[in-house]
Design a protein around this ligand. Sequence first.
Ligand code: FAQ
Length: 318
Amino acid sequence: MELVEKTDQAQAELLKNFEEKINRGDAIEPKDKMPDAYRKHLIRQISQHAHSEVIGMQPEGNWITRAPSLRAKQILLAKIQDEGGHGLYLYSAAETLGISRDEMIQLLHSGKAKYSSIFNYPTLTWADIGAVGWLVDGAAIVNQVSLQRTSYGPYSRAMVRICKEESFHQRQGYEIMAKMMQGTKEQREMAQDAMNRLWWPSLMMFGPHDSESPRTSDAMKWRIKRHSNDELRQKFIDKTVQQAEVIGLTVPDKDLKWNEAKGHYDHGPIDWDEFYRVVNGNGPCNKQRMDHHIRVHNEGAWVREAAEAYRKKKENLN
Ligand code: FAQ
């Protein structure tokens, strides 16, 4: 009985210290004491973020062989490599919380871990590569700039580096769209078509409305999230609508209207049935994305084994 009381007391002390640290705005580092729920929340979010970066390489990789110029191909290759690198920083950040890369991949392959809904849509034309860079990286940056100040040190530091690269990604996408909008009628139509298909899925990247977001309350309390899903979505809409206007693209939302009183754009309803369909595995490319990841992961087993054998050999030599 006494032992139980002592344990409860120690737990309460731990929680108090942790909360004080969070409220002071100090970063939580891997060796700091933290509640298990905080650790699990972070493992979920960071690993899902990492999976998104890596799965996100697939829709873009689809266009490497068909990029319209050597310059475009070089840029696309560099961007996709960056996304792979972002995945690696993030897997490493998650590993500091006591989960292995293998476990995270198993959770992805068994369907228990999610990745961003946006990567379950196809990239049908070259303009889609522009739209992915402009809209998808644009949405990712808005979210990630906010995450630079997240409470977990390794996640926050990974975000600082990732944001620098994402802003180049967003600009290269916008350049593709701007160039196409200065081109032939067919090219302008292609750019508008990409915008029409990817606009709404980009808004869904920010997650459900705040009233429907079960994770937000803990995430805000622990300062993992610094802004809510709706706040970030609004920020993205406000800046992107203006960018669309500059190059002559129409946002496919008949209800979109500047609201002078709020100082923001009002927008039409998001199709949440579509969102949940895609998140639950029934989007246009979910099966293709997962099958590809599993196949390539299995094919790469020999590389992991060789790296492990090399590590062991070096360890024995030292
Ligand atoms: N897709 O309660 P909330 C990129 C899930 S990186 C799929 O609001 P939370 C770079 C959510 O996980 C893009 N699932 O959850 C790139 C939760 O399910 P769970 C990725 C979604 O965590 C560009 C449930 O719904 N960025 O694009 C989505 O507070 C180009 C309830 O939701 C990040 O991951 C969704 N869109 O807020 C790469 C940023 N939305 O886990 C290549 C970090 C929600 O309970 C090419 N993550 N869900 O089973 C976050 O900021 C947050 O986790 C949110 C969701 C905002 C995604």
